[in-house]
Structures are given as structure tokens and as C-alpha cells.
Design a protein around this ligand. Structure first.
Ligand SMILES: N[C@@H](CCC(=O)N[C@@H](CS)C(=O)NCC(=O)O)C(=O)O
Length: 221
């Protein structure tokens, strides 16, 4: 199998961590879905987005949720990080949906600040997204009442959460320093030192390195 996309993308990284946790081998095509890299990604995804998973027979899967659904099938119901049925499955799917929603909002703000000239940034839109990001993370943090979101069982909800929190705090360190989501920090710390996370460590990200708060300035600037 071949995984397309850099680990700097939180969507790619959650797929990669899942593959590592399942012990699935893959080649890594570390492409950027912008500028020059866009045309390469377009060969495997009509809308030129990552992640893409290319299967051994050449079939391509797009979108991290659809890819992870296939990986769960490969891992089998006993090992899958998303429970196969019942209330536990519904709970994990809900947590992951909220986490993906937070990421979509965070990425929307990053794109607004990266791709639009500063005088065209629309502050009410940024404020609305940041409110949803804050509310989402706070809600998840309040849901944690044990080692993991489902108490003693590690699930996809924890894996994605740790990948997303790590991405969030790297790309907007000043903004997230004021969040005080201690239980999310604790889950992230437990996973950050595992092989799956170490093997998928992002490289220096040109996109987030250009963000004002990654340079030590206030997010409102
Ligand atoms: N819902 C998608 C989101 C994927 C996504 O937004 N990927 C970004 C990289 S972080 C991308 O390819 N952006 C380029 C673009 O949207 O044109 C998923 O879960 O895979």
C-alpha cells in the first residue's frame, strides 16, 4: 500500500498512526497538496487532497475517514480501534466527528491567514471558527474521565485527538496555550512517545511556520 501526503497534515498523520498501530506496512509518498505538488496529488484524487491510500491493486481511497474504515476492516473487529457495533461504536464515531470538525475549522483559519492578503482577513469569520475550536476541545476535555475517552480502552477517538492536539499546538502555540485542556494533554502525552507517533513525526512546516503566533506574536495580529 502507498500513503500519499505529508505527516504535517493531521488527516494524513491519523491514517499513518493507525497503520503503524495495526502493523500494516506502507510506502510513503510525501507530497504537498499545494503549488507544484498539486498536480501529483490530482493523479490519485480528483480534488487533489491528501490523504490518499493506494491499494496494492491500484485502487485509490480518499478521505481519512474512508481510509480508516478500510484499515479497520483489514485489522479485523477484535483489533479495530473503532468498535464494530453498539453504543461504544456510536460514541467513538461522535468523538471523531467532533474532532474532525475542530480540525476543519482550524485548517479553515490557517488557510484564511495563509492564502488571503492580511487586509482581506475577515475577522468575524476567524472569530466564529475559533469559538467552535475552543468549544469543541473543551467539550472533549470534559468527556475524559479515565485513561482514554472510553475509559480503559484506546480507540480511534484518542488517536485522532492526540494527532489533532499535537497539530493544533504546533501550528498555533500561543492560541492553544490558553486552553488548559489538561486531560487532552495527558492523552496526547501518553501517545506522543509511542513508536507510531515517533515514526510519523511531522517535519518543519512551512505553512505553520509562517503563522504569526508561531513566530511568537499574538494571534489577533
Ligand atoms: N476531510 C478530509 C480533509 C483532508 C484535507 O483537508 N487535507 C488537506 C491537507 S491538511 C488538503 O489536502 N488540502 C488541500 C486542498 O484542500 O486543496 C480528510 O479527512 O481526509
Amino acid at each position: 500500500m502507498k500513503l500519499w501526503g505529508r505527516y504535517n497534515s493531521p488527516y494524513v498523520r491519523r491514517v499513518a498512526v493507525t497503520m503503524q498501530l495495526y502493523g500494516l506496512e506502507y510506502q510513503h509518498e510525501s507530497v504537498i497538496p499545494f503549488d507544484e505538488g498539486k498536480k501529483d496529488v490530482a493523479k490519485v484524487n480528483p480534488i487533489a487532497r491528501v490523504p490518499v491510500l493506494e491499494l496494492p491493486d491500484g485502487e485509490t481511497l480518499v478521505d481519512s475517514a474512508a481510509i480508516i474504515d478500510h484499515l479497520d476492516e483489514l485489522a479485523g473487529p477484535e483489533r479495530a480501534l473503532t468498535p464494530a457495533t453498539g453504543p461504544e461504536r456510536r460514541k467513538v464515531l461522535k468523538y471523531v466527528a467532533v474532532e474532525l470538525g475542530i480540525m476543519d475549522k482550524l485548517v479553515a483559519v490557517l488557510y484564511e491567514r495563509q492564502f488571503r492578503p492580511k487586509e482581506k482577513w475577515h475577522r468575524p469569520w476567524i472569530d466564529a471558527c475559533e469559538g467552535q475550536i475552543r468549544d469543541g476541545f473543551k467539550w472533549i476535555d470534559n468527556e475524559i474521565n479515565g485513561n482514554w475517552l472510553l475509559h480503559d480502552r484506546l480507540t480511534q477517538a484518542d488517536v485522532s485527538l492526540a494527532v489533532f492536539w499535537d497539530f493544533a499546538t504546533r501550528s498555533r502555540p500561543n492560541f492553544f496555550a490558553k486552553f488548559y485542556c489538561n486531560d487532552i494533554v495527558s492523552i496526547t502525552e501518553k501517545l506522543r512517545h509511542t513508536d507510531a507517533f515517533i515514526q510519523t513525526e511531522p517535519t518543519e512546516d512551512a505553512l505553520s511556520a509562517k503563522m504569526p503566533d508561531a513566530q511568537g506574536k499574538d494571534v489577533a495580529e
